[in-house]
Design a protein around this ligand. Structure first.
Ligand code: HEM
Length: 395
């Protein structure tokens, strides 16, 4: 019998309670020197030190093509770019950068602002406005649906599929299989776009239906749709929601951002560091590699705890506090690092900035009007506020 590597920590990415308690595990991993073992999902390594995480993201002997979360649900297509290694990764990533990369994202700004203004205007009659359910959560969904060219009536089902597959890893609320639901939704959408193409990302993909010059298979097409329709909203919603909570709970910070809106991006980054929306992603070692004094064997899985790296006291002073100046060391791991650094980063950053700019522009003050309700440590779903001297924006 092979000995269980030590030290060992009680981490299980499939355990729903982890959504509230991962910080305790990060602390254990840090005390263990930054890398530890867990018996979950057949056994895997957990890495929680900033420098070690960064090192692994840059070492392509650690592969993503065997999955970035374990256990992996049967039948889910590989998510474009995210679950590919080089050389295939390059072309799959290009499917997305053409629409949301740094060179193209600026053109999306008016659309993002228009969605933000419409959602803010819809709060006009609310005595208590919910900045979670009525703003932070719908905004990125509206934005990604506009980019993909998907009809609004699919939103609820797409959210259910994304949450069942990636967040709760459980059947759909009606008990059905999320993979089958995903296929049905995506095939229906593709048929619609083929019948009536538009000026949107999905119509563009279907025009060539190729990746790196080779025809896209159904699974690859679904993987690209998953990257946008599942990867493109929940993370951003969490990011916006946590940032809004930080700003509402600190009147001094809110005042400063009203006076100096050019500081919003730095505070948004600092909030992403502190409240890392996506907490961990896995890799699989392709050969024996030594990391942090541990021998990772070929085939071992390694969980990169981006959220732990972002709270590493060796890199960030008082890591559990939001620094109202932003950080001098503004490098953080909320978007990952290396080859797989988030392709949606420019779009997400723009949405966080515009969400705050528009809310502050429409109000003289925003203050809490009740208790914030959290569905995870970094997921404030209900954010009750009073919008003081509210002037609803025009679309
Ligand atoms: C605040 C919002 C977001 C956060 C915190 C976030 C976080 C991340 C992280 C940590 C990774 C690295 C995964 C890894 O190392 O394996 C990643 C990759 C990725 N993200 Fe995001 N993301 C956000 C928004 C978005 C958006 C808006 C989109 C798409 C519209 C998106 C699509 C992707 C894709 C496709 C990848 C894989 C990139 C690659 O492998 O080259 N993300 N994201």
């Amino acid at each position: 019998m092979t000995a269980i590597p030590s030290p060992s920590v009680p981490f299980d990415s499939a355990d729903p309670s982890m959504r509230f308690h991962d910080i305790d595990v990060f602390e254990m991993v840090r005390k263990a020197g930054g890398i530890a073992w867990t018996e979950a999902a057949g056994g895997m390594w957990v890495v929680g030190r900033f420098d070690l995480i960064k090192r692994i993201t840059k070492d392509e002997r650690f592969r993503s093509s065997e999955g970035v979360r374990f256990p992996r649900a049967d039948g889910i297509p590989k998510v474009a770019a995210l679950e590919y290694d080089r050389p295939d990764h390059t072309a799959h990533r290009e499917l997305m950068t053409s629409a949301i990369g740094p060179r193209t994202v600026g053109a999306l700004q008016p659309m993002v602002r228009s969605h933000a203004r419409r959602l803010i205007a819809s709060l006009r009659n609310a005595e208590i406005a919910d900045l979670g359910g009525s703003f932070a959560f719908p905004l990125p969904l509206d934005v990604i649906f506009s980019i993909v060219g998907a009809p609004a009536d699919l939103k609820e089902r797409v959210v259910q599929v994304a949450e069942s597959l990636f967040l709760y890893r459980a059947p759909m609320p009606d008990g059905s299989d999320p993979v089958a639901a995903m296929r049905e939704i995506f095939d229906g959408l593709v048929a619609e776009k083929l019948a009536k193409p538009g000026d949107d990302w999905l119509s563009g993909i279907l025009r060539t239906r190729a990746v790196g010059g080779v025809e896209l298979s159904d699974a690859e097409l679904h993987g690209a749709m998953l990257a946008f329709l599942a990867g493109g909203h929940h993370s951003t919603s969490r990011g916006i929601a946590c940032l809004l909570v930080e700003i509402v709970k600190d009147p001094g910070l809110q005042r400063r951002l009203r006076e100096e809106p050019n500081l919003i991006p730095a505070i948004a980054e600092e909030s992403l560091r502190l409240n890392t929306p996506l907490r961990w992603f896995a890799r699989t070692a392709s050969e024996d590699i030594e990391i942090g004094g541990q021998l990772i064997r070929a085939g071992d899985r390694v969980y990169l705890m981006y959220a732990a790296g972002n709270l590493d006291p060796a890199v960030f002073d008082e890591p559990l506090k939001l620094d109202p100046q932003g950080r001098k060391n503004s490098e953080h791991l909320a978007f990952g690092w290396g080859l797989h650094r988030c392709v949606g980063m420019p779009l997400a950053q723009m949405q966080l900035r515009i969400a705050v700019e528009e809310l502050l522009a429409a109000t003289e003050d925003i203050c809490f009007a009740g208790e914030v309700e959290w569905s995870a440590l970094v997921e404030p779903r209900y954010i009750p506020v009073r919008l003081v001297d509210f002037v609803p924006p025009e679309d």
